[in-house]
Design a protein around this ligand. Sequence first.
Ligand code: FRU
Length: 477
Amino acid sequence: MTYSITKAEQEIQSRREGLNLRWYPRYHLAARAGWMNDPNGLVWFDGWYHAFYQHHPYSTQWGPMHWGHARSKDLVHWEHLPVALAPEGPDDKDGCFSGSAVVDGDTLALIYTGHKFHGDPGDEANLYQVQCLATSRDGIHFVRHGTVIDTPPGLHHFRDPKVWREGEWWYMVVGAREGDTGQVRAYLSADLREWQDRGVLAVAEKEMGYMWECPDFFTLNGKRVLMFSPQGLAADGFKNRNLFQSGYLVGEWQPGQPFVREGEFVEMDYGHDFYAPQSFLTPDGRRIVIGWLDMWESPLPEQEDGWAGMLSLPRELTLSADNHLQMHPAREVETLRGAWFPWPITTLNNQQMTLVEHCDAMEVTLQWDCANSSAEQYGIRLGDGLRIYVDVQMQRLVLERHYPQYGLCGTRSVALNLNDMLNLRLFFDSSSVEVFINEGEACLSSRIYPDADGRELALFAWAGGASLIHGGAWQLE
Ligand code: FRU
């Protein structure tokens, strides 16, 4: 099959009519139809935020990757634009894989991975991944310039370029696999076309994975953060529970110098579904990150509805004094707030209380006084499938989803200090929940699949009492 943007657009238009929208996000970005994975090319250009994404318009399964495209004035209301890149070859004949975008004068430049097999695609030895360039003046139609960095000798997995400007130069980091070890490679350019190889910036130590995908490298609070998505980490207690992880290392770096890391790899989000995040800068200097709100090989029940995959909320990144990356909903998210429903409750005693009959698109805020709560479990529940609660015996905040009909059951959790207040902001959408804990200390993000008649929100406290200092919900519009 040969691919083109025109064909992709026709396909999307015809598929769009048949969608079942029961789980389609109300305020997150998802593809118009077909499959979506990682966010790509997040950038501010000519008065708009642009979000591109890995996209397969021809089915609800992953397939030859295109770049889907949307733009927004405020990071929460998105307007779909035509597909930006199709795997038209020869450099990207088997897929336009992940990458990034930069503004070069009056031009929007996309730098992405051309994915191609030289021969039988069943044999990894035939795989080549190269970094390609495409440019646009209007931010919608792109001219393809082909390969700007070839696969380094001996490598096959070499993808997901992230480009940024620093001083007089363009820099690029690329994720790679050498043997069974993940790494990040660095490049330097004056013009985005000719690139100098600057060697390996970081490499997986000990059990840190066979492949590092989607690297990103930026300064926060005077430190350098290497954010990436390693594959091949073993589950370890409450850590690394998903098939693949996304997280970061903090350290020091100067152009031309090695990256000197301080501390261990830390996961960014402890929910079931957060992967391949990418960051970008707003015009006012905030570093925002958006991730894919899904996990490879996890069931996606919306596939039967004609679409698959969605992106997370935009989240502002900050770095705490002790080098922890914190994620807060970008302030633009507050513009979605409509009616406010306060929950004037002070204590719950071994009981459950329904507060919202039908929760579709809502932000809930809760403040629990943990030091003055004796209940063994207390928290919030959506229908019969989702509970987010403090487990006092485990001293953890637990997200439990239970959708046995879709094979999506299990818990994720983060440690809590039960001597403190617990502040939660929870964002519910048709098929997702994102929990922000204590102003960005930790996040739990998961896909959820409630039935239309099983979307009531209730607070509960079992085996004792729980003290709620503040609670309520915004309808999001
Ligand atoms: C991450 C990823 C990238 C790759 C893309 C392919 O989820 O595997 O490494 O470029 O998805 O769709």
